[in-house]
Every structure is written in C-alpha cells, then in structure tokens.
Design a protein around this ligand. Structure first.
Ligand SMILES: O=C(O)CCC(=O)C(=O)O
Ligand SMILES: [Fe+2]
Length: 427
C-alpha cells in the first residue's frame, strides 16, 4: 500500500532542526510516486513505457495521463524463459575478481533493462533477498491458498483522491493481526499515509498455522545472511532479537494487469533495517527490485538502476533482508501473459508477514504539530545525509492536506532501538 502515497512539495521550513534540515532529505514527489499514480490510472502500460511518457511530458502526471489515454497500443512486458544467471551473466574475468562474499560480480543489468532471476542462489547473491521454493508441504500451501482466495473475495482496492481523480491501487488487499486488541489498535492508533486502515481482520486459521514456520525459516535465513554477506556481524541498527511476525498484509492480484508500483515498505512500525517474510501462492509473477542510489552516484554509473526480476512461483517464500527497504525499491510488474494456476486461476495471493516492534508503537514515537504519530523515513536520493532516518508529519502524504512541517532526525542505538529525548520518555 505504500506505493500509493502522494506527497506535496513542502512549502515552509520545519519547526525542528539541528545541523541539517529537510532540504537535505528527499521529500519532494518522486518519479516513483508519479509512476505509481500513472500505473494505477493506466494499468495496461508497463513501467518503462510510463516512464518514457512521463519524461516526454516533463514530469507532469496530468499531461502524461492525457497522452496515455489517447494512446492505443500499450507496450507490455513479455514472458521470459527460465534460466540461471550463472550460466551467462558474468564474464569469467569479473567472476575471478571476487575477493570475498560481499564483493559481487557486476550484473549485466543496464539502466532501464531487466535481468531475470529464477535461481535462489542468483537471487541471494545479487539482491538483498533470499528465496525458498516449495516452502510449505504442498497440501498446506493449497489449504492456505484456498482460504485466502475465499477471503480475497471481499478485499478492496485502496483508494485516495488526487486532484479530481480517484486513484485506486492496482490490486486488492487486507491486513491481518493476531488478537482483537491488536485489531482495535490498528484501527484507532496506527496511521498509514495519514489515514487509518479500515479493513483490518483477525488472523485466519491457515495464516496462523503457517506463521511459525515462516518465523523459523526467516530467522534461519537471517543468520545465514549475516554469515555469508556480513562476516558474521549483524548490520548496524538491525534488531538482535528473533524476528517474530505479528501482522500480515495479504495482497491479491487478479489477472496479469494487476500490479503494485515501485515502493519501499514503511519502516514506521518495523524500525530500521526491518526484515519481511513474503509468501507467494497461485500464479507466478515477477517481483522486481532495483537499487536506489543517491542521484550523483546513479549518474556516474549507467548500470546502477537496472532492474532485477525475481520470479516467484506458487509456494515460494521470499525474505527481504535488513537494508532492503532503505536502499532498494520493489514492485510487481504487470504481465502480458500468465500461466493459470490449477487452484487460483489467474490470481496470485501474496502474504507479507511483518514484525511490528513494541518500541515503535505509535504511543511511543514522536508526534507532529497535528498531534499525529509521525512517519519514519530515510534519505534515499540525496548524497548528503544519505541513509539517515527522520520522523516527519504524515499530512504531507494526504492530498489536499498541508503538512504541519514537523521534521526531526531519528536516533537509534546499534540495535535499532529509538534513543528518546527526555521529553519523549515520559509518554
Ligand atoms: O506482492 C508482492 O510480492 C509484494 C507486495 C508488497 O510489496 C507489499 O505489500 O508491500
Ligand atoms: Fe512492499
């Protein structure tokens, strides 16, 4: 759902500052947000075509949208055959230059081009994700799929108003938590893009049954990742605690055109360096990832922002590791064609299990001048302050509502726990 955020340019100076201010972060409406809007309005066009049109119209969503409405023949992404990247992506010379597990050979993924990854080893080496195919016993995967297909009949698209248009997410979803108390808190205390969730449900029997399996597999993958990619040391700000999912977003993509635009998942309630476990059922679709580099670096390196497409078949678990939400974006691209699934037909169900951390409960996090708990974001595009976290007012995400301009750099200890100023501690 984070993909449908709209942000207005900030108009005034924030009330909280220290050495650097919000002009050093990237809170203007980004190309990704514009692409997400266009994708929602014109789901039959692929992201590359939308970007071409957007650039041709000087970044104006309105002009692009008008032009797309007149265009008859959208270019769509094609279906690709399964290959292993290792068989062709690297030259032997580049492979032999590897000096350690964190030095990866360069991908042949040029800016704008897509490299397709099917093989778990390729995925783990070249993206901040790992995957486990055939994750559940087949009958358990099918029971979960059947249960969620039934649930998804009452899922809705997330909608919001932008100027004169009602934009709706190009897929449907719902949110599940473990207890009625949590459900109540989600509806009345948590804030998402400046609004409350309306569709929050109690975890279903099959979702609950699978949760502990996901938890155990994700914790093993986290340990493995720390060994293979980080020399046995967890990443700075990564929580040292066991990952323990207590909430799940369930998405349904009904048909090849349903999608989700480029986004990073919000860290507000998960904390920095969050890990997310994502289980895919039904039709196989492309989960695309691309690194977000500070603008100057991206300009220096033409290969930098190439996309990688991770193919997620029925019953595959994808783990988004610590740092992915800060440094990469992801999307589900519309497809030209899909192979129907024997149970799901044209539908794909995706469950993202999440660990909502108590210390990030909105009763503890900073509140802005509107007296609403802030959103936690990270500087992704500006070189100055790149990777630095900050709290800001949600209202800037709500079309038609001015932000109260609240801004505060976020401070965490090495384990990602918020360092509170004395005034905040008494809450
Ligand atoms: O459907 C997927 O695999 C990804 C969904 C997603 O990115 C999200 O729910 O934030
Ligand atoms: Fe996401």
């Amino acid at each position: 759902m984070e993909a449908f955020v709209t942000r207005k340019k900030r108009k005034s100076t924030p009330e909280v500052r220290d050495d650097d201010g919000p002009e050093d972060v990237d809170i203007e409406e980004s190309t990704d947000v514009k692409l997400a809007m266009l994708s929602s309005l014109h789901p039959s066009f692929d992201q590359e075509t939308l970007l071409d049109f957007l650039l041709a119209h000087d970044g104006s969503v309105k002009a692009t949208s008008q032009s797309l409405r007149q265009s008859q023949s959208p270019k769509k992404s094609g279906v690709v055959a399964q290959t292993s990247l290792r068989s062709y992506a690297f030259t032997p010379a580049s492979a032999s230059q590897e000096s350690g597990p964190s030095k990866k050979p360069k991908l042949l993924s040029k800016k704008g081009a897509t490299m397709h990854l099917f093989d778990p080893q390729d995925i783990s080496e070249h993206t901040p994700c790992s995957t486990i195919h055939n994750f559940l016993p087949p009958e358990d995967a099918n029971s979960l799929l059947l249960e969620l297909l039934e649930e998804s009949k009452t899922f809705e698209k997330i909608t919001f108003k932008l100027f004169d248009n009602v934009i709706s997410s190009p897929h449907t979803s719902s949110f599940y938590v473990g207890t009625y108390d949590e459900l109540d808190q989600q509806k009345h205390e948590y804030v998402y893009n400046g609004a409350r969730l309306t569709d929050v449900r109690k975890i279903t029997p099959q979702l609950d049954k699978v949760k502990d399996r996901v938890r155990d597999a994700v914790n093993l993958e986290i340990e493995k990742r720390i060994l293979t990619h980080h020399s046995g040391q967890k990443v700075k700000y990564q929580s040292p605690c066991q990952w323990s999912p207590n909430a799940a977003f369930v998405n349904c993509y009904n048909g090849p055109q349903e999608s989700v635009g480029w986004h990073s998942d919000q860290l507000t309630y998960l904390g920095p360096r969050a890990v997310i476990g994502s289980l895919s059922l039904g039709v196989s679709r492309e989960f695309r990832v691309r690194r977000v580099l500070p603008k100057d670096d991206a300009a220096d390196d033409p290969d930098a922002e190439g996309q990688l497409a991770i193919h997620l078949p029925h019953n595959s678990l994808l783990i988004m590791h610590a740092g992915m939400q800060e440094e990469w974006k992801h999307s589900i691209a519309p497809a030209t064609a899909i192979d129907p699934h024997p149970i799901a037909g044209n539908r794909r169900i995706n469950i993202t299990y999440r660990d909502y951390r108590e210390e990030f409960h909105p009763k503890y996090t900073p509140r802005c001048g509107c007296d609403v708990p802030c959103v936690l974001r990270v500087v992704q595009k500006k070189k100055r302050n790149w990777g630095r976290y900050f709290w800001m007012c949600h209202a800037g995400n709500v079309p038609g509502k001015e932000s109260c301009t609240y801004f505060q750099w976020a401070e965490f200890d090495d384990d990602g726990s918020p360092i509170r100023k004395p005034a905040e501690q008494k809450k």
